[in-house]
Write a protein that binds this ligand. Structure first.
Ligand SMILES: [Mg+2]
Length: 381
């Protein structure tokens, strides 16, 4: 049996020129920060993870050093305690699962019980564009083989948001499945606006139903369980549109309420932000058993995208019948930018991706790039 001998955490910043005008941030981003977590055992195996900044984690490393790397449940319990007391430490759970896969010679998606490494992707956009520009984006995604795309709301006027959906629908007809992210579930630190309430969300929902939108994401605050239950009830009474959410929800008891109160059709937690593989693989099975869809939030760098793809392939039972988020909105958000920590960028082929049959996550870090982008900061400016 090996033991954990080191946890290394490094920060990196990729300069973004031109900047990335993410719809959820009023300040265009001039840097893309990535924090890489590496965990090594006494046999020389290494696992990698990424996601949150891991600030302050050094105080907790002693709870893992000297331990059996395969004691994943024990590690997850400690990470849950650390999560409560401070920042989200889940990149380490991802790195530990990568390490465990490397020790056993098995891809993570297989260890989670997956039967197929093949995943259908939806193009997840991030930039607020004009209607003609969004139509051009939609046509580009179609030409590249995607058959589903998500657009972002959050313009100053909801009519301007809705005009985007109408323009795209008019241009592409039913060739593209459309998802809409209302981004009401949580707020950026600067944002003091109140989230929508039930009636405002319902009025938007009716417009989205008329445009045959596949899912309406985060229409209400993440804790508005009564609102979500009622909104979902109204929506499902008149349409097949789904209510999606949970991307930043943290606690198992919060997901239990979302399930118990029938708040959502689509559950979207992110393995690098919430509970790691240890918590989300069982949750995914529970969601699927309840007849609902589990499809992870993946916005972040390529290591996080890869980890979430393993989670969905391993535990969500898609078998290609549902879509997984593929953050992609060129020219501002390219695969080159997103996946810069990886020597081998993830490649979509005609709107699909097959995970490699390699141990762990199968990630190979681009050490030259990581050295070049090394930083003591993990900020977007
Ligand atoms: Mg979202």
């Amino acid at each position: 049996m090996s033991e954990i001998v080191a946890i290394d955490i490094t920060h990196h910043q990729l300069p973004l020129d031109p900047p990335f005008p993410a719809s959820w941030d009023p300040q265009p981003r001039t840097k893309f920060p990535v924090t890489v977590v590496r965990v090594r055992d006494s046999d020389g195996n290494e696992g990698v993870g990424s996601g949150d900044t891991m600030h302050g984690f050094a105080d907790h490393a002693r709870y893992f050093i000297g331990e059996d790397p395969l004691a994943l449940a024990q590690h997850a319990s400690r990470l849950s305690n650390i999560d409560f007391h401070g920042g989200r430490p889940w990149p380490l759970d991802v790195a530990l699962h990568d390490l465990a896969g490397r020790i056993s010679g098995t891809p993570v998606w297989r260890t989670l019980g997956g039967t197929s490494p093949r995943l259908r992707l939806y193009a997840s956009t991030a930039v607020h564009r004009s209607p003609p520009e969004m139509v051009a984006t939609a046509q580009r995604m179609l030409a590249e083989g995607f058959d589903a795309m998500k657009v972002r709301f959050g313009r100053p006027s909801i009519d301007d948001d809705l005009a985007i959906v109408s323009a795209v629908r008019d241009a592409v007809g039913d060739r593209l499945t459309l998802m809409v992210d209302c981004n009401q579930g949580w707020r950026m630190p600067w944002d003091v606006a109140q989230p929508w309430h039930l009636e405002s969300a319902w009025s938007v929902a009716q417009r989205l139903i008329a445009e045959d939108v596949y899912w309406m994401e985060e229409p209400l605050h993440r804790g508005d369980y009564d609102g979500m239950t009622e909104l979902r009830h109204r929506v499902r009474a008149t349409s097949s549109m789904r209510i999606a959410g949970g991307e930043m929800t943290r606690e198992p008891y919060e997901f239990r309420e979302l399930l118990r109160r029938d708040c959502l059709d689509v559950f979207q937690p992110d393995v690098v932000c919430t509970q790691g593989f240890s918590g989300l693989a069982p949750l995914a099975r529970q969601v699927v058993a309840a007849g609902k869809l589990f499809t992870a939030h993946t916005w972040g760098n390529g290591i996080g995208v890869l980890a979430n793809l393993h989670l969905v392939a391993g535990a969500a039972g898609h078998a290609g019948s549902q879509w997984v988020e593929w953050p992609y909105d060129p020219p501002e958000w390219t695969i080159e930018r997103r996946d810069y920590p990886l020597a081998r960028h993830l490649e979509a082929q005609g709107g699909w991706l097959s995970l490699a049959d390699e141990p762990g996550l199968g990630a190979v870090l681009d050490e030259t790039m990581l050295a070049r982008t090394a930083s003591n900061r993990a900020t977007f400016q």
